[in-house]
Design a protein around this ligand. Structure first.
Ligand code: SF4
Length: 502
């Protein structure tokens, strides 16, 4: 991590923490928390004097020229100041906004005192990859979106503080690899994405012998293939995978269960199985012209640009081309920003609702806008038109207007008659989302029931309809946030533990 802009410049900062007296994180957490509560009760109104500060971000021109992370760390003093804006409210809504129920006020209180190792220990108690979630969570929709301060001012920069304290822990020996007595039971985890890694980590910490099978050569699933390096550099994931290895987790890449090893064989060899195979089946583009050259699904494009030759995918050149991206989620934002970094002349997002109803993170939208992405809201593609060589040359679109909210509260878009127009594009990327890949029909997999879109059905302990087999993450929810997958992985590990202990 030494060359990364995210490497914390912590040595100097930590030396300055005179008030902080950074302690080892062996101190019991409740005692630490009590001390913090007392200390912070006198700081209840600091937020009126201290505005929120955003973490340092490279300027758009510089960052658009490479794939390195765009944010760097706060310095220690800024972390203390920003954390001290927390009012330690009696009803911590931020915790409710976090899918992991992270003990945010506790670690903010400790960080405010400069007790970063203790803060990180509290953070690690509820998250298997806080340094990853802090980078990729859309905080404005989760913890920060629920911060009590929002009623009066800007929220605490929770994600940036979480990132700092955990990077601090990594560089100061604050990530503990406890040795656990083996309990004699074995679990197979299928899929090395965030759900699988979280489940494996939790189980290893409970003494299970865990083997993670991954069909691809690299580990991390969506974390390595789908998330571009400008949001999280690969070294961050490698470091986390190494921690799992040190906890005793075995990784077996390049193995497809059902092809290289039968599910029944795996079941016979292990006390339980966790399925975390994600959701990688593309939602198809169903308009005339879909067969033209130059039309690609978002995921292969991101994987090819993320991994280069190692992806073993055919290159998708965008240099000097106009790229249109269909969809309004985070994957669409990733495609736009990746296309710009890959030399596209233009990158235009075509989305059928308006900005207020767009599912993508506002932070990523803003970053994309700064980097030169364009947005055509309330616009729907109706056909693709090609040139004489059969290559896409423009997207025929229609303007949309929003009607009444549907059952989920989202306003349904309707086409405006006579509003057709063209958007020129030589490359079209389809980012309409993903569903789980269906199990092969009439096989042993058929014992695992799925719902109408292919999501695996699980009970309250994440167990599928096939006893001993658990599941979670995108395979159960459909494409969703990393932090939800981590939560499912943790919940499934607890379910497996409960099941095997009878
Ligand atoms: Fe916020 Fe995500 Fe961290 Fe939870 S895991 S505190 S939602 S950044």
């Amino acid at each position: 991590m030494s060359a990364s802009p995210n490497t914390p410049s912590l040595e100097k900062g930590s030396a300055n923490l005179s008030a902080a007296k950074v302690k080892g994180h062996n101190e019991s957490l409740p005692a630490a928390t009590a001390a913090v509560t007392a200390a912070t009760s006198t700081q209840k109104y600091l937020w009126t004097e201290l505005p929120r500060i955003e973490p340092p971000k490279r300027n758009a021109a510089e960052r658009s020229a490479d794939f390195k992370e765009i944010y760097s760390l706060f310095d220690a003093e800024t972390v203390q100041a920003q954390a001290s804006r927390c009012i330690q409210c009696a009803m911590p809504f931020c915790m409710m906004g976090c899918p992991l129920s992270n003990r945010i006020p506790e670690w903010l209180g400790l960080a405010a005192e400069g007790r970063f190792l203790e803060a990180a220990a509290v953070s690690q108690a509820t998250s298997n990859m806080p340094e990853i979630c802090s980078r990729v969570c859309p905080q404005e929709r989760l913890c920060e979106g629920m911060c009590t301060l929002i009623e009066r001012t800007d929220p605490i920069p929770i994600g940036a503080i979480e990132k700092f304290i955990n990077e601090y822990a990594f560089s100061h020996g604050g990530v503990e690899i406890r040795k656990v007595m083996p309990n004699g039971k074995t679990v197979a985890v299928i899929g090395a994405g965030p759900a699988g890694l979280a489940c494996a980590d939790e189980l290893a910490m409970r003494g299970y012998a865990v083997t993670v099978f991954e069909s691809l050569p690299n580990l991390g699933g969506l974390l390595v293939n789908g998330i571009p390096s400008f949001k999280m550099e690969k070294s961050v994931l490698d470091r986390r995978v190494n921690i799992l290895r040190q906890r005793g987790v075995q990784f077996v890449p390049n193995v497809t269960i059902g092809k290289d090893i039968a599910l029944s064989e795996l079941l016979a060899q292990h006390d339980a199985i966790f399925l975390g195979m994600g959701a990688q089946k593309n939602k198809e583009l169903d308009i005339p012209g879909g067969e033209l050259k130059g039309i690609h699904q978002a995921l292969p494009f991101l994987i090819e640009k993320n991994l280069g030759e190692a992806s073993k995918l055919p290159p998708i050149p965008v240099q000097g081309k106009r790229v249109a991206v269909l969809g309004g989620g985070d994957t669409a934002m990733d495609c736009l920003r990746t296309a710009i970094r890959s030399g596209a002349r233009e990158a235009v997002c075509i989305y059928r609702r308006d900005l207020a109803n767009m599912p993508g993170s506002r932070r990523e939208y803003k970053n994309a806008l700064e980097e030169g992405a364009q947005f055509e809201f309330l616009t729907n593609p109706v056909a693709l038109e090609g040139d004489l060589n059969g290559c896409v040359k423009q997207v025929r679109c229609v303007r949309m207007e929003l009607g009444e909210p549907d059952a989920k509260g989202r306003r349904k878009p309707y086409p405006v008659p006579g509003s057709e127009f063209n958007i020129p594009a030589e490359v079209l990327l389809v980012a309409y989302g993903f569903d789980p890949v269906p199990f092969p029909p009439n096989t042993e997999w058929s014992q695992i029931q799925v719902n109408d879109w292919g999501g695996v059905i699980v009970d309250e302990y994440q167990m599928t309809t096939l006893p001993k087999v658990f599941s979670g993450g995108d395979q159960v929810r459909g494409a969703n946030l990393v932090v939800h997958s981590v939560r499912d992985g943790r919940k499934a590990a607890a379910g497996i533990d409960r099941f095997l202990k009878g």
